[in-house]
Design a protein around this ligand. Structure first.
Ligand code: ADP
Ligand code: MG
Length: 712
């Protein structure tokens, strides 16, 4: 379908005629030779509009065509230019018709293999012809060979012949060929020499970092000199690349810090409780807070008392006791005269929080409202009225909380549980609900997806981070065993044993190709099998298809130990808390990610009794799947699991829906460049304090007109 030209949204600040004085970020690519409307349009689809954009399109790998390698020195796996004379050329049939050409240069010989060739090619490739060619050498049946090399007759070559820099290979870009991109970047590099691209990193900073300047770095990455280390470049760890990655990470860091400053300059309600209700809450609890919980609670309390809004992330491994810390903060805010809202990602979890808060807050005479899809009609309306009038101080719900009908009277604290399940937008929508008399609510977000410190510093630079780094006392680590499917029958015996000891168990059913329908069928089938295999066991079934009232009924029965075994889909992944459950079976564990496995396993090991997690796998699993199960068997520590997860999957996946901006970085790669992050942080500080004028152009360069993610 062709779009009308007028409807395209060209960046208004880009000049389409060559104006030599203009800096490169304002010069359109159409000022380059050979760029007409059609090519400009293709480039624009790649996000390239200015000459600067083109310069920041970096090669993904390099080829070395700067020197001719003697055939004798060629090793399998090398990509190289070689030159030699054809000794033999013949068409053979080895399963299929092919042309074999043998060339030699005095140091050895090499076979060229063509499965596709024209008659003209065949006529050209005759004995005695000299060829210069480029390709990847492999070990073949006839010794070293290259399939479908790029080649030319050497006698038609001019004297120099080879290239004078490594050959850049740019990301594959539909309809724009490598040769064209090389010609364009060559022109852009020429313009770069005219001093029209400013380095926003001040020289003292660069000196301290021992990284090259911007112009040098760009020249180097687009046209590395002969002798440059191809492996280092291809791995993306050359100082020139690190310089660019550093600058990009710095831009992201600065954008989050600025966002944070903006949020913090918003007015809010200082929460200054008397502390009576909190002591009552503590007294009623059957346990004392761990010292990690105490520390995090006091960090939160300090934030709440301040007159700029809190933006705090509480990280804590599954089972570390985040909920009660949130409840303590809520009680403080309520005592100070405000309302609190808690948002959970699933109905099941919202229900469970509802019950817990009810249990903790009711004795303090504080009503709790639960807003889920289940609450309808009159009951819903009267809850909404009570929330709007301020009569109900504590509201718990799913994302139903930020729907249009929900209004608060004086919401001063917003708590988001398992925040990686929500987008930033949803969190912000709830925050905006809380604006009353021009003041903004405090935000407390909780996550059980521990992420490594360096990554947290980057992804959550707009938040303060507290870590509950201690589990409540008396927990025994969960023993994790991986079992092939063929030993499924042994599990039934284990379930019987656990249940005979008065314990409960979960059986988590496989996820089938993201089809809710099939998930549900699989769960039903397993349920049926287990019911007949374990006639004396009380078994319940829980899946996403059930009505919420039914889900709640099953869950409540399991909680009250009226059910011994719960067959469930991964709906139980987040937050479900039944301390008497000590056995978990996870089917098709080879198909689940580490974070998910760790979350699921976190449903057991919540009491003092020894718990066990059985990971069932199909035997033909991939190497990565095997690795994941190995990690699960080795450690119960969520931070260790997360670190391995990061290595196996990369940060985009680990961070979930949050911070999509981090996944679209041009040069930097968090897992590779993580060691730069501490210096990125300190440099951001220096830039904010000493070079504030350099920040805006730096953000425009890297984050551009794209919305700065996390934007309020
Ligand atoms: P998570 O951090 O995974 O959200 P929860 O808040 O669900 O963990 O807490 C897990 C379990 O630990 C709950 O049963 C909770 O009542 C219990 N718990 C929380 N804090 C303590 C503590 N200090 N001592 C003993 N048990 C605790
Ligand atoms: Mg929780």
């Amino acid at each position: 379908m062709s779009r009308p030209i007028a409807a395209t949204s060209r960046r208004p600040d880009i000049a389409r005629a060559a104006v030599p004085e203009l800096p490169l970020d304002q010069r359109s690519v159409t000022t380059l030779k050979g760029v007409g409307e059609a090519l400009a349009e293709k480039l624009r689809k790649l996000g390239i509009e200015s000459v600067q954009d083109l310069l920041f399109l970096l090669p993904t790998r390099y080829e070395n065509r700067t020197e001719i390698i003697s055939i004798g020195a060629l090793r399998p796996g090398d990509r190289a230019v070689v030159e030699g004379e054809i000794q033999l050329a013949e068409v053979v049939f080895r399963r299929r018709r092919q042309l074999l050409v043998r060339i030699a240069d005095g140091s050895g010989f090499l076979t060229l293999r063509f499965f596709y060739f024209t008659a003209a090619q065949q006529a050209q490739l005759t004995k005695g012809t000299r060829l210069r060619l480029y390709g990847e050498a492999k070990r073949g049946t006839l010794g070293l060979e290259i399939a479908h090399p790029e080649y030319r007759r050497a006698d038609s070559f001019d004297a120099q012949g080879t290239e004078d820099s490594l050959t850049p290979v740019y990301p594959t870009t539909e309809g724009v060929q490598q040769g064209r991109l090389r010609i364009l970047t060559a022109q852009a590099l020429e313009q770069l020499n005219q001093g029209r691209l400013l380095d926003w990193l001040p020289p003292p900073i660069l000196q301290e970092l021992a990284l090259p300047g911007l112009i040098d770095a760009l020249h180097y990455v687009h046209r590395p000199p002969p002798g440059a280390d191809v492996d280092e470049l291809s791995a993306g760890v050359h100082p020139a690349q690190r310089r660019l990655a550093f600058e990009e990470l710095l831009a992201h860091q600065l954008s989050l810090r600025i966002l944070r400053r903006q949020v913090q300059s918003d007015p809010c309600w200082p929460v200054r409780p008397a502390g009576v209700l909190l002591s009552q809450l503590r007294q009623a609890l059957p346990f004392a807070f761990t010292s990690a919980q105490e520390r995090v609670l006091s960090e939160i309390s300090v934030d709440l008392e301040s007159s700029s809004p809190m933006l705090r992330l509480v990280q804590g491994d599954v089972g570390s006791g985040k909920t009660i810390v949130a409840a303590a903060a809520a009680v403080n805010a309520i005592e100070a005269g405000f309302q609190v809202a808690l948002m959970a990602p699933t109905e099941l979890l919202a229900e469970q929080h509802g019950q817990n808060f009810e249990r903790w807050l009711r004795p303090l005479q504080l009503p709790v409202a639960l807003l889920t899809a289940r609450l309808t009609g009159k009951a819903r309306q009267s809850a909404l009225n009570a929330i709007a009038s301020g009569e109900v101080p504590m509201t718990i719900g799913t994302h139903a909380l930020f729907q249009a009908g929900v209004k608060f009277d004086r919401l001063a604290l917003v708590i988001v549980d398992e925040q990686h399940r929500f987008g930033v937008d949803q969190r912000m929508a709830l925050r905006n609900k809380g604006i009353f008399s021009g003041r903004f609510p405090h935000q407390l977000v909780m996550t059980a997806t521990p992420i490594p410190r360096t990554l947290a510093m980057t992804a959550y630079a707009d938040l303060d981070v507290s870590v509950i780094d201690e589990l409540p006392p008396g927990r025994t680590p969960v023993k994790t065993v991986a079992l092939p499917e063929s030993r499924r029958h042994e599990i039934v015996f284990r379930i019987e044993t656990a249940i005979a000891e008065g314990r409960q168990a979960y059986w988590v059913c496989p996820l089938i190709e993201e089809s809710e329908e099939l998930d549900y069928q699989a769960a039903e089938a397993t349920f049926g099998t287990l019911v007949s295999a374990l006639p004396s066991v009380r078994i319940g079934l829980l899946h996403g298809r059930l009505k919420s009232a039914e889900k709640e009924r099953v869950m409540a029965a399991f909680k009250r130990h009226e059910l011994d075994l719960l067959v469930a889909t991964t709906v139980i992944e987040v937050g479900v808390d039944v301390p008497n459950a000590t056995l978990m079976v996870i089917e098709n564990s080879e198909r689940m990610g580490l974070a998910q496995l760790h979350q699921l396993r976190g449903r057991v090991g919540r009491g003092a009794a020894e718990s066990m997690c059985l990971l069932l796998y199909k035997s033909n699993m991939s190497a990565i799947a095997r690795e994941r199960l190995q990690v699960m068997r080795e450690t119960n520590d969520g931070f260790k699991v997360a670190r391995r997860d990061l290595e196996l999957r990369g940060p985009g996946e680990v961070l979930g829906t949050r911070q999509t901006g981090l996944m679209t970085m041009k040069v930097a790669e968090l897992s590779r460049d993580a060691d730069l992050l501490p210096r990125v942080q300190s440099t951001a500080e220096v830039m904010l304090n000493q070079h504030p004028d350099n920040i805006a152009p730096l953000l425009r360069r890297w984050i551009g007109s794209k919305e700065i993610y996390g934007k309020v």
